[in-house]
Ligand binder design. Structure first.
Ligand code: NAD
Length: 84
């Protein structure tokens, strides 16, 4: 599928659910492209980026919000942080 037709996703959190469920799901779906991942535990974010070929990594979720190349945010952080 051409890149222009894909939903470009930014992922918040590189913990268990991101790595074992959401990122593999995105990888399987040709309509989806993960373009960035954020986690304050930067090593976890870097590991996930390497494993899932994600080009951008940051420790600060707010870095993703201003980007115009992200169509959807996938929240994989602890439940207590979801509202914020
Ligand atoms: N979809 C499902 O079926 C399902 C099932 C269980 C849990 N969950 C959800 O997944 C959440 C995460 O669970 P987990 O087991 O992956 O937890 P986890 O602790 O393994 O991972 C959470 C990650 O989020 C990061 N994080 C915390 N605050 C952040 C922020 N502001 N921005 C970016 N990253 C941040 C943490 O550093 C951590 O690496 C749960 O709290 C729950 O909401 C979903």
């Amino acid at each position: 599928m051409a890149a222009a037709n894909k939903v470009r996703v930014g992922v918040l959190g590189a913990g268990a659910w991101a790595r074992h469920a959401h990122l593999p799901g995105c990888q399987r779906d040709a309509r989806c492209e993960v373009v960035a991942i954020a986690d304050p535990q930067l090593d976890l974010a870097r590991d996930a980026a390497r494993a899932f070929d994600i080009p951008a990594v940051t420790a600060d979720a707010r870095d993703l919000f201003g980007r115009d190349d992200i169509d959807a945010i996938d929240v994989c952080t602890p439940s207590a942080t979801h509202f914020e």
